[in-house]
Ligand binder design. Sequence first.
Ligand SMILES: Nc1nc2c(c(=O)[nH]1)N[C@H]1C(S)=C(S)[C@@H](COP(=O)(O)OP(=O)(O)OC[C@H]3O[C@@H](n4cnc5c(=O)[nH]c(N)nc54)[C@H](O)[C@@H]3O)O[C@H]1N2
Ligand SMILES: Nc1nc2c(c(=O)[nH]1)N[C@H]1C(S)=C(S)[C@@H](COP(=O)(O)OP(=O)(O)OC[C@H]3O[C@@H](n4cnc5c(=O)[nH]c(N)nc54)[C@H](O)[C@@H]3O)O[C@H]1N2
Ligand code: SF4
Ligand SMILES: [Mo]
Length: 752
Amino acid sequence: MTPRTQAPAATHCPYCALQCAMSLSPTASGASGPALKVAGRDFPTNRGGLCRKGWTAAELLTHPERLIEPLLRGDDGELRPVSWDVALERAAAEVRKAQAAHGPDAVGVFGGGGLTNEKAYLLGKFARLALGTSRIDYNGRFCMSSAAAAGNRAFGVDRGLPFPVEDLGAADTILLLGSNVAETMPPFVQHLAGARAAGGLIVVDPRRSATAALTADGAGTHLAPAPHTDLILLLGLAHVVLNDGLLDRSYLARRTEGLESVARSVAPWWPERVQAATGVPATLLRETAGRLAQSARTGSCYILTGRGIEQHADGTDTVTAAINLALLLGLPGSARGGYGTLTGQGNGQGGREHGQKSDQLPGYRKITDAGARAHMARVWGVPEAAIPGPGVPAVELLASLGRPASPEKPGGVRCLFVHGANVVVSAPDVTAVREGLRALDFLVVCDFFLSETAREADLVLPVLQWAEEEGTMTNLEGRVLRRRRAVDPPAGARSELWIMHRLAALLDAPSSFPDDPETVFEELRLASAGGLADYSGITYARLDAGEALHWPCPDAAPGAPPHAGTPRLFAERFAHPDGRARLVAVRTPAPLPAVPTAGAFTLATGRLLEHYQSGAQTRRVAALTAAQPEVRLSLHPAAAAQLGIADGAWVRVRRERAVAGAGLPGPSARPEPVVLARAELTSGIRPDTVFLPFHFPGLAAANRVTEQRTDPISGMPEFKTTRVVVEPAVVEPAVAGPPLLASAVPSHREEQ
Ligand SMILES: Nc1nc2c(c(=O)[nH]1)N[C@H]1C(S)=C(S)[C@@H](COP(=O)(O)OP(=O)(O)OC[C@H]3O[C@@H](n4cnc5c(=O)[nH]c(N)nc54)[C@H](O)[C@@H]3O)O[C@H]1N2
Ligand SMILES: Nc1nc2c(c(=O)[nH]1)N[C@H]1C(S)=C(S)[C@@H](COP(=O)(O)OP(=O)(O)OC[C@H]3O[C@@H](n4cnc5c(=O)[nH]c(N)nc54)[C@H](O)[C@@H]3O)O[C@H]1N2
Ligand code: SF4
Ligand SMILES: [Mo]
């Protein structure tokens, strides 16, 4: 690793969507080569602050497990180094073979919300034009799809925060639903200071999370509904607002459609009935609605959502209910507050705009829209018919891997390219996902570490890390930022733009695939021009000059001053053709069945401060792994006592229905997978609920028990509510490596 210059590079953290600003400066050589020193940099989202993941991010640049040459699986099953020429020629040959035998859609692409805008854009183009497949989707489907669908439905556009983060400082009330920012975006907590000082931070979480704990000492209120009852809670709050006349009638008349149907739909949800369904006391519900309305009238009030209420099979409707409440209070687009969702991945916002989604073309255009197709055909210089139609969302794509054609279903993907996702840990029902990957004819994984998914690959291509590449990212407020190269990459690694450039040439692609980030961005500008997410007025030069540019930022007419970007959307109008927002009445969910047996719980999953996502990166940072070495199941002491489970004891967690014998075992009659974890007793969780972080692989993977059930509108999997049974487990300590379950169980194949 060679530092580019002695001057610090002004860049942003590689991990989450807060995109904290940092500077990287070279230091004296360490044991594994020259290292970079990380320092926080002043910026509106982080104001110089970083979390532990950010502080340690540069360690991974010189990590001994870093991939530095392409690896190809031999006939003996071993991955061995090969040259780039051999690697790429093989990949191209496998593409041709799969498509000759099974048609263009036999090749698939799985992208990621951590990719730069340039990579995300080129990956969508690569799938459609170089591979000619419709089968592309990405891990953002697991992340932002419900909030995006709800935002599009209500506002006609999906930008996570339609206002700058710093606006939250003025709030005296913030309702934070299913978000644990104290662990998932620690520097964000400073933006809650105003609301906390006013006693108005209201956190909705079935756990007393680190964020819920911020409401202590008069700073606010923690509401702990049963998991998956947020929709009812929100209907109840809307009921009180309507019933007590707390709505903003003039705003609703001027700026919205749909009040009557929403009023009808919330009428049956009076507070006592909501209390019975959610466990939140009716008095607290009335107080909360009153406080929200009071500050919407006289102060400043925001409603924010996170994955806790979004990652459900009715996540789109739940977010819609949150937006309905915000609209009833007159907040979106007003100077007195707003609604927003807290985007998760580093480029979770940009990654969902440029064509990685199965139904999307760049500029947040619909792939089924004739005008959008004609526009993209012009930009790409191809006939419109060369652009495939819509593909399928991520869970369906993964379920199709290796599937032979049948009278009911077309054949599935036989050759898959993965760019920036570790689905063997992070997708729902990982046992089925692993089976799908093994049923493929050929799997190509681009990564800089041998992630659990890369371990399954036939070909692993080593790519660049954040501090080694140029590009742009779009943060949670829709602001476009520059990622800057601070060090030279290891000799054997290549940029993904270069990989696509080379493969496109080998596949005789009909359009150009530049490998220079700025050239790709210039094309992205043209592609996005006139779309909802319009970047055409943004240039590297403007970003490098320090301009704060939030999309939409259209290119100015010749001679006119450049567009200043749009930090605040909706001030004048919403993005629907008539300018009005839509209130949408939502269906009420069927109540969860009552807990029938001892040991049955609702499993919620989520995150720990120290680990990022599948843990492919943070489990390789010594300080982070030392702080959180293994998976722990949070369990209430009263529930633990009933089951005879002590703090620190091993437990196994399995899907409830497998025990009850209802339905499963599944297609291969394999034993139902279980998760093995140590119990961590805490009174900070409801006695009917348990919690697992999803950062760990093998038997510790929470997603062994989650299911492939998805939201019908967004395709979002149900990550946050799984009915499980928890039992004490007998564990044999392994000689080396993770422990093994002594009593029966693990599934049919090696799982570590
Ligand atoms: N440390 C760390 N930070 C991260 C990430 C990471 O992996 N690690 N990932 C980034 C990404 S991609 C994302 S998407 C964000 C996610 O950020 P968050 O949305 O804050 O993260 P989660 O922990 O998934 O879920 C938040 C909370 O939802 C609660 N919850 C679970 N089920 C329910 C429910 O039914 N109702 C309600 N009201 N709450 C529920 C959980 O108890 C949890 O405290 O974080 C980003 N930042
Ligand atoms: N049970 C449960 N499951 C969940 C969630 C949950 O709350 N509960 N949350 C879901 C959410 S919100 C998300 S976002 C997903 C995320 O889940 P994943 O997609 O698994 O996320 P990461 O662990 O970030 O995986 C990214 C992989 O790509 C690599 N990588 C990083 N940057 C790049 C790059 O620029 N190019 C390439 N080629 N590779 C790169 C990393 O080394 C890593 O191996 O997990 C989802 N899964
Ligand atoms: S909060 Fe997110 S962006 Fe900021 S340092 Fe931590 S991981 Fe990085
Ligand atoms: Mo996410």
